[in-house]
Design a protein around this ligand. Structure first.
Ligand code: B12
Length: 215
């Protein structure tokens, strides 16, 4: 089957909230050895973003948004372990990643964490809705090279800046590279926050981290 057709089928399964199909296609992607990152970004990611658009247009309501999120999450639970397995082994550095407090969007953050892990980084994924203080505490404890902070809401983005403000107040800003991401994050916001970089995709995040650590 042609790539575009396969990704289109996956995207449609998510938009149609067809759980059975979405899961069947995730299993097929593994057995048929498709490029799993592309499957996630061009198939599942495309579908969930279409759901977001339909929600914004008033075509979908919260239950559909939630069901779409759950189906996406279940599909990721199948795909991410295989994506991780394909990775390198020698540690390239330590990353602490989380979605900021007040924000329960976890899918993109988890994909970024998994890709970094597949590329040889030691990743501590603290989950979603995590207080800034907790993220910093863990980064200090694990002697992290990178702190990654995800935010999907325009209201929670300010938590990304809060992390940097706290690091500066404590006099430990230079101990870490802080990277941010999530749909509303822009280059301008990254500069305003005084963060070290942002990326709009998991591949971009890996490149960014490698650049920042001169790998
Ligand atoms: C799925 C989803 C949900 C699911 C989340 C399930 C889960 N476990 O994550 C559920 C249903 C729970 C949900 C809830 C809500 N949602 Co919602 N949701 C979405 C949706 C449709 C997709 C998000 C997603 O998973 N995308 C797929 C992933 C792969 O992409 P991504 O997250 O952007 O991540 C990529 C990059 O951004 C980047 N990246 C991400 N994180 C990081 C971190 C770092 C460090 C780096 C470098 C890169 C990086 O790499 C990732 C991989 O490619 C978006 C629409 C959209 N277009 O984003 C709305 C959206 C984010 N939600 C929205 C809203 C409003 C809500 C609710 C407030 C709704 C409500 N009234 O209750 C609640 C939030 C509650 C809360 N306190 O957090 C709005 C936000 C609007 C705004 N401007 O703030 C959006 C944009 C929908 C819309 N079009 O209006 N949501």
């Amino acid at each position: 089957m042609a790539q575009e057709q396969f990704y289109g089928e996956i995207s449609d399964a998510i938009v149609n909230l067809d759980e059975e199909k979405a899961i069947e296609l995730a299993k097929r992607a593994i057995t048929e050895k498709w490029n799993l990152l592309e499957v996630i970004e061009k198939g599942y990611g495309d579908g969930i973003r279409r759901i977001g658009d339909l929600w914004e247009e008033g075509e979908f309501f919260l239950p559909e948004l939630m069901l779409g999120g759950n189906i996406m999450q279940e599909s990721m639970d199948i795909l991410l372990p295989s994506l991780k397995e394909s990775g390198a082994s020698a540690s390239q550095g330590v990353v602490v990643i989380a979605t900021i407090e007040g924000d329960i969007h976890s899918i993109g953050k988890t994909i970024v964490g998994t890709m970094l892990s597949a590329n040889g980084f030691d990743v501590y994924d603290l989950g979603a809705d995590v207080p800034a203080e907790k993220i910093i505490e863990t980064a200090v404890e694990k002697n992290a090279d990178i702190i990654g902070v995800s935010a999907l809401l325009t209201t929670t983005m300010f938590g990304q800046k809060k992390i940097i403000d706290i690091l500066e107040d404590k006099g430990i800003r230079d101990n870490f590279k802080v990277i941010i991401g999530g749909a509303p994050v822009t280059k301008e916001w990254t500069e305003q926050c005084n963060a070290d970089g942002f990326a709009g995709s998991a591949v971009g995040a890996v490149k960014l981290v490698k650049n920042l650590l001169n790998k």
